[in-house]
Design a protein around this ligand. Sequence first.
Ligand code: DQA
Length: 147
Amino acid sequence: MSGKILLINGPNLNLLGQREPEIYGSTNLAQIEAALKAQIQAAGFSFEAFQSNHEGELIDFVQQQGPKASFGIVNAGALTHTSLGLRDALKGVALPFVELHVSNVYAREPFRHHSYLSDIAQGVVAGLGVAGYGLAAQYVIDCLKEA
Ligand code: DQA
């Protein structure tokens, strides 16, 4: 069993724990990354986390690391709703991924209801709070163990 799982977070997710806590909770990104690292490594897989506020940096990361990885967990933040470039990068490297949102984007403003990623994602986790990261990671671990 081998494989690398990427955790990719887009703009403003570096502010988790401080930003709109009534929507996003009080856990910060470093805590989420540490928990996923422990969970994924305990299951025998390797892990790399990346966050950027810049679309081009996210695309560069996907292009460089996507081909070497087995799966991604992607919270693209606002780029979910705007970025054809990030979509094309994920599709271009054929990285299977789970699209993740801390909040229930479908219960929020209409401009959050469309995603450029959902139809190319293996699945979508939304509205489960930061617990969604751990649940997505468990799903990915199970998929890779079955493969
Ligand atoms: C988000 C939802 C997006 O609409 C928003 O722009 C974010 C975070 C979430 O995790 O709920 O930045 O992806």
